[in-house]
Design a protein around this ligand. Structure first.
Ligand code: G6P
Length: 614
């Protein structure tokens, strides 16, 4: 998704801006741009390119513009296709003021019509360009710069983080934040600005996260912070904890492969972290032990892979805590009727802690005064700041768009949390919580061994074989159904193979019509004997129609394996941990299939890592 980077200081900054953008490249984008003020005459200079950041870097080399005040942007198209004209930065009529923007201006159409009537000329199809023109007109009608900004933010609807530089105020930069993240790394006589702290994590130790609905006027040695009414606000600095060095590929061909292999360590780290937190957990998440004991329901919300983790976790909370659990997709929940339930706790699950829909769903629940908990992987994220409490998964930075270690650590944290809640409610003993932790350690081993045992066969035989099919069906039942959804998502997002998931029991209500010899049917087993038998029956239905069966099974499930062309067999595990046990192998198979097809695995087309627009 779009990223913004900026610099105000006493050094040439183009290299920093381009490097910052490249660090945030993993988030997904389709064009890029750079603008700066000429170091001597303050003239606004810029360079834009369609496609990869490397195109912009090449173009910048040909026109070596640089300056002490600069902004950069990677754009993920929302309004207008991916073209050089639509790439940011955007300008006012005289090209003296420049804007880079992350987010969406919802009332851009009305504002544009008004501005056109008053003589403004637009060049792009973007919503962003409206900000530049509106700001241009407001600066003319207000006595103070601050007054113009207050008026500007009052007129803009939507979610946005933008940075503006201007020839007329050459030593400063304007930063505005509503909903979308924006932060300032405070250096010695220089300020590093970005939508993600990662862009400058090794440049300075102090960061100021611009609070929601605030703006900042930034010079090389000074920051003024204001709320949207123009009231001055104190600066609350935080220490930077992210480590840029930990974000390298470490010899792996792709980040996704590296991250698949980091899962064992990440599961261990998450369990160790939670175990240490355990005695003080309720204080940490700002909910009382009494509230936990009195809980009547749990609600889970997320998007994409995090929603799949939530769907799986529903089985944890209902089985271990005996609490009815509702799971919602954030993008749907926001526009449904909301019924406040008594003694309910809402858990928002999000790797990034920034996904716009999940964040808005969290904010909606916060308005109802219900305890909220964010489970996220990013300590500096907005959800951490806005939920009542938070639990950090210990996956480490996840770069590949397709989530792997974040998913497995979400499941780990949710499984552990279900036990911790059950302990508080007197349903289990302390030693049961310890056993659950041991079970998670065992699963981490099973997950990794699963990959190792099948690695060669997948590389040499199975990935080339399954890369030849351009469509597939994924089936699961009970807890393996949401896992099958995650498996289908993994395959389609990185290999572009069409992958449709169904609950296996629904096969005969329609999808069976799709099955023939050209249709691989991936089946994810469970150990529960009754559900297993149903799954065997569903597999037979698919087999009888010529379906090409691939099963992920557990030891002793010979009947299921006998129906399959390909079977992966894992040791028997705790039933609720079946998805976690299968996840490494499933991710690795999808990865190798995409690799055979030569796909751009870490940055699949059209996708973004952190979806900060609705
Ligand atoms: C994007 C990513 C997915 C992720 C989803 C939710 O679509 O590509 O991998 O699952 O957003 O992201 P979150 O950060 O909220 O978990």
């Amino acid at each position: 998704m779009c990223s913004v980077v900026g610099y105000v200081g006493t050094h040439f900054s183009r290299d920093y801006i381009l490097e910052g953008l490249s660090r945030l490249e993993y988030r997904g984008y389709d064009s890029a741009g750079f603008a700066c003020l000429h170091p001597e005459n303050n003239r606004l200079l810029y360079c834009k390119a369609k496609g990869r950041l490397s195109n912009l870097i090449e173009k910048c080399k040909q026109s070596p513009i640089d300056g002490y005040v600069a902004i950069g942007h990677t754009r993920w198209s929302t309004h207008g296709t991916s073209t050089e004209i639509n790439a940011h930065p955007h300008f006012d009529c005289n090209k003296t003021l420049s804007i880079v923007h992350n987010g969406i201006i919802e009332n851009h159409h009305d504002l544009k019509q008004q501005l056109i009537k008053t003589g403004h000329t637009f060049h792009s199809d973007t919503d962003t360009e409206i900000i530049a023109h509106l700001f241009e007109s407001l600066i003319l009608t207000h006595n103070t710069f601050k007054g113009a900004v207050v008026d500007l933010v009052n007129q803009l609807r939507g979610a946005y983080a933008f940075i503006s530089i201007s020839q007329d105020l050459p030593d400063q930069m304007l930063l505005v934040r509503k909903r979308s993240p924006l932060c300032i790394g405070v250096g010695d006589g220089q300020m590093f600005i970005a939508s993600d702290v990662l862009a400058f994590a090794d440049k300075t130790k102090k960061v100021l996260f611009i609070p929601d609905e605030h703006f900042a006027i930034v010079k090389h040695d000074m920051i003024e912070l204001y709320d949207f009414k123009g009231n001055s606000k104190p600066l609350i600095m935080q220490d930077i904890t992210s480590d840029w060095q930990a974000h390298q590929k470490n010899g792996h061909e792709h980040y996704m492969l590296k991250e698949i292999y980091e899962q064992k360590r990440a599961i261990h780290a998450t369990v160790d972290f939670l175990s240490t937190l355990s005695p003080d957990l309720w204080n940490h998440i700002d909910i009382s032990a009494e509230q936990i004991r009195n809980l009547k329901t749990i609600s889970l919300v997320g998007c994409g892979t995090s929603w799949h983790a939530a769907r799986i976790a529903q089985f944890f909370f209902e089985t271990i805590c005996k609490l009815p659990t509702k799971v919602q997709l954030a993008s749907e929940m926001r526009y449904m009727h909301f019924f406040k339930e008594p003694a309910n706790m809402h858990i928002a699950i999000s790797q990034s802690g920034e996904t716009a829909d999940t964040l808005e769903a969290l904010r909606m629940v916060n308005d109802f005064d219900i305890p909220t908990l964010a489970i996220t992987n990013v300590a500096s994220s907005t959800m951490v700041r806005e939920a009542d409490g938070f639990i950090l998964t210990q996956a480490g930075h996840e770069v590949a768009v397709a989530s792997t270690k974040a998913f497995s650590t979400q499941l780990t944290a949710l499984y552990w949390l279900a036990h911790r809640i059950a302990l508080e409610r007197g349903l289990i003993e302390q030693h049961d919580l310890k056993n659950a932790e041991q079970d998670l350690f065992i699963i981490a081993e099973v997950l990794e061994n699963g990959i190792e045992n099948y690695k060669r066969t997948i590389q040499k035989v199975l990935a080339p074989k399954y890369a030849q099919f351009n469509k597939s069906i994924f089936l699961g039942r009970h807890i393996s159904y949401p896992f099958a959804m995650e498996a289908a998502l993994k395959l389609k997002e990185i290999s572009y193979i069409f992958a449709q998931c169904y609950p296996a029991g629904e096969l005969k209500h329609g999808p069976l019509a799709l099955i023939d010899e050209q249709m691989p049917v991936y089946i994810f087993s469970v150990q529960d004997p009754i559900i297993y038998q149903k799954l065997v029956a569903n597999t037979q239905e698919a087999k009888a129609r010529g379906g090409h069966i691939v099963v992920f099974a557990f030891e002793g499930q010979d009947e299921l394996c006998s129906l399959a062309e390909t079977s992966f067999v894992l040791p028997r595990v705790k039933t609720l941990l079946e998805p976690l046990a299968m996840s490494g192998l499933m991710q690795y198979l999808a990865y190798e299939i995409a690799n055979v097809l030569g796909c751009e695995i870490d940055k699949p087309r059209n996708l973004a890592k952190s979806v900060t627009v609705e």
